[in-house]
Write a protein that binds this ligand. Structure first.
Ligand SMILES: [Zn+2]
Ligand SMILES: [Zn+2]
Length: 164
């Protein structure tokens, strides 16, 4: 399923008995227009919605994010401790993985075919189909320590993100 065409997504969801309500469409649009490499928590999304004058309570945001992940539209990530983040779900083999700096929670994305292929093979060996494969590496940033977290003004995305 391509997450990028709204009409094909709508059709696919209808087929599976789900509806892309205006509220979910608004949320989907926010994720579609996020800069590459950005992930949103429920609180982040709630703040953005408030700025757009959308009246959606935080508890509804939590439920909607969870449901949209269940529907396969979003990908739920356990990055920092006790904090779920979300991004658009891109189907295998478009899966990417994350590096998380334990000092500042800065998150960097990388792609690695090998990791995704191992996931697919393991799933297939058991007769399952791979839906998602996430490798999260917990790291300490090159110029980061607890007293002096990574400089957030440096667009690390530009330095670190690797396409295959
Ligand atoms: Zn850091
Ligand atoms: Zn990501």
């Amino acid at each position: 399923m391509s997450p990028y065409s709204e009409s094909s997504l709508k059709a696919e969801l209808n087929e599976r008995g789900y509806r892309l309500t205006p509220q979910r469409q608004t949320i989907l649009h926010i994720f579609q227009t996020l800069p590459k490499g950005e992930h949103l928590s429920a609180e982040d999304l709630h703040t953005i919605l408030k700025k757009q004058n959308e009246r959606i309570s935080l508890s509804t945001v939590y439920r909607t994010l969870h449901l949209m992940a269940y529907m396969g539209i979003l990908r739920e990530l356990e990055l920092a401790e006790g904090h779920k983040h979300y991004e658009l779900n891109r189907p295998y083999p478009e899966h990417h993985h994350h590096l998380v700096c334990v000092y500042c929670n800065r998150t960097l994305e990388f792609k690695n075919e090998l990791v995704s292929n191992i996931g697919a093979k393991e799933a297939e060996a058991e007769g399952y189909y791979l839906l998602d494969c996430q490798l999260t590496l917990y790291v300490t940033g090159p110029n980061c320590d607890p007293a002096n977290p990574c400089d957030a003004s440096i667009p690390l995305d530009a330095i670190w993100f690797q396409e295959d």
